[in-house]
Ligand binder design. Structure first.
Ligand code: TYD
Ligand code: MG
Length: 458
């Protein structure tokens, strides 16, 4: 078969080049030019003439009214891994395409092989196409798992056309592509992993999913910048994007939805990596707080909203005398800029001084604080460490801190407090404008950082 002609298009501005170039001739962006196939549509006359000429105008597609479109409840295939099903919104939707991103070694292949094993046990046909590992290696991995993955169809293949043919041959319900960076299509000349290849293969997989009703799950490696390689293009194409994260050295793995056409986003699923694969953690708050020791300064608990679910985490801070000229600020799990803001607010508005101290802040279990509602807990941990006074053990901290030092209420307060109550917390330090309807938990109004310092340092 003659190879289709390709063009080289800039992924930033869309300018077409006849040959590959390192820098776009139009917008001067580096490394943005990617190969794509030229689709030659057979004898389509363009514009008005095609219609006016009568004869061979293509039949018009007929639109329907929204109310005439039949709705059927969305079918979902449960993987049987509760936390995985939870972040997906209840299970894998037939005909959908799911992307799982994450750093190497985080557990993507393990998770998918476990899910594949359970889906096969539940009567679904799963094709696991692996370009990263040979079928022998997959077999070794499978032997370690608690699940019996014996029935899963495996294929050590990286040519997309061959994978799709195999999927059709076994009438797969679900196709796993591990990983998208290793597959290539015959329609392009460039190497696997190249932006053009990643994009074209994803596009073909999406069409395959929609046309055949097969669910497609692709693994994507995360680049140093944190995005899934083959830039944002991949995320735009697929229906659902999950990120698998966590410190590789820690046992906990966090699976997070950043896009979901069939469920809510920002949902968090928690797993622990064991000798027999990943095990869902049904009660993340309890696990995240399990290692917390009472009576230690520099520790504060807060309740984060992770999607629809509240999760309690511990923030730890250590302020220690600096041995060097410029004191260090080391933040793990919190944006260093946010830490700088909070330190400045504490200095100016509450007359505390961290100027000669090294400051270390971390969040337990590899969780990242992204919402401002966690500010108060960070400030409380800092103050507690500075004065070497432990925060009361039955208190959680909820609130956002403004530049004036004022403390504002956080959203979804009832659900956060309910989760705190479940784990035995009795008091909430937060804005006096928030109220608690939950029995057994009271709000201790704290409206300014100065008041927080007075309360904690007392
Ligand atoms: P893997 O799934 O290969 O990661 P990815 O596909 O994201 O690159 O994860 C491999 C890591 O998990 C590796 O360090 C070994 C470890 N592991 C376990 O601890 N227990 C197990 O049962 C398995 C299969 C792997
Ligand atoms: Mg892998």
């Amino acid at each position: 078969m003659a190879r289709a002609r390709s063009v080289y298009r800039c992924t930033e501005c869309g300018h077409e080049h006849p040959k590959w170039v390192g820098r776009c001739e139009s917008c001067a962006a580096w490394n943005a030019v990617a190969e794509e196939p030229v689709v030659v549509r057979a004898a389509v006359k363009s514009g008005r003439h095609a219609l006016a000429g009568g004869g061979r105008a293509s039949p018009a597609a007929i639109p329907s009214r929204l109310r005439e479109i039949a709705t059927s409840p969305l079918e979902r295939w449960r993987t049987g891994l509760p936390e995985f099903d939870f972040v997906l919104g209840g299970g894998i939707v037939p005909g959908s395409m799911i992307l799982i991103g994450g750093e190497p070694g985080i557990g993507k292949s393990t998770l998918l092989l476990q899910a594949a094993a359970r889906l096969e046990t539940a009567g679904r046909t799963v094709l696991y196409a692996s370009g990263e590992e040979s079928p022998d290696q997959l077999r070794l991995r499978a032997d370690r798992l608690a699940e019996d993955a014996g029935a899963v169809h495996v294929l050590g293949e990286t040519r997309l056309e061959a994978i799709l043919a195999a999927a059709a041959a076994v009438t797969a319900d679900i196709v796993v592509i591990d990983s998208i960076q290793t597959v290539y299509t015959d329609t392009l000349e460039s190497a696997p992993g190249n932006v053009g290849q990643v994009r074209e293969c994803s596009g073909q997989l999406m069409r395959f999913a929609k046309e055949s009703g097969t669910a497609v799950v692709v693994v994507g490696h995360v680049t140093k910048g944190g995005g899934i390689a083959g830039p944002k293009t991949l995320e735009h194409i697929v229906d659902t994007v999950l990120y698998f994260e966590g410190e590789v050295a820690l046992d906990y793995r966090l699976l997070r939805t950043t896009k979901n056409r069939f469920g809510s986003v920002d949902e968090l699923g928690v797993f622990s990596m064991t000798e027999n694969g990943l095990v869902a953690v049904p009660n993340p708050s309890a696990v995240f707080l399990a290692a917390r020791a009472d009576g230690i300064s520099g520790s504060a608990v807060t309740a984060l909203m992770e999607g629809t679910r509240p999760v309690l985490v511990e923030v730890q801070a250590l302020a220690a005398k600096s041995g060097y000229g410029t004191p260090q600020r080391v933040a793990t799990g919190i944006d260093p800029k946010r830490l700088a803001v909070l330190l400045a607010v504490l200095e100016r508005r509450a007359e505390t001084s961290f100027a000669a101290l090294d400051v270390f802040v971390q969040v337990t279990a590899g969780v990242r604080l992204t919402e401002p509602g966690a500010d108060l807990a960070v400030a409380a941990a800092l103050i507690s460490s500075l004065y070497n006074r432990p925060a009361p053990a039955d208190v959680i901290f909820l609130g956002e801190i403004g530049l004036g030092g004022e403390i504002r209420p956080s959203g979804a307060i009832e659900r956060r407090i309910a989760e705190a109550a479940r784990l035995g917390f009795r008091r909430v330090f937060g804005s006096s404008r928030s109220s608690s309807q939950i029995a057994g938990v009271s709000i201790v109004g704290v409206d300014h950082v100065e008041q927080l310092v007075r309360t904690l340092a007392a």
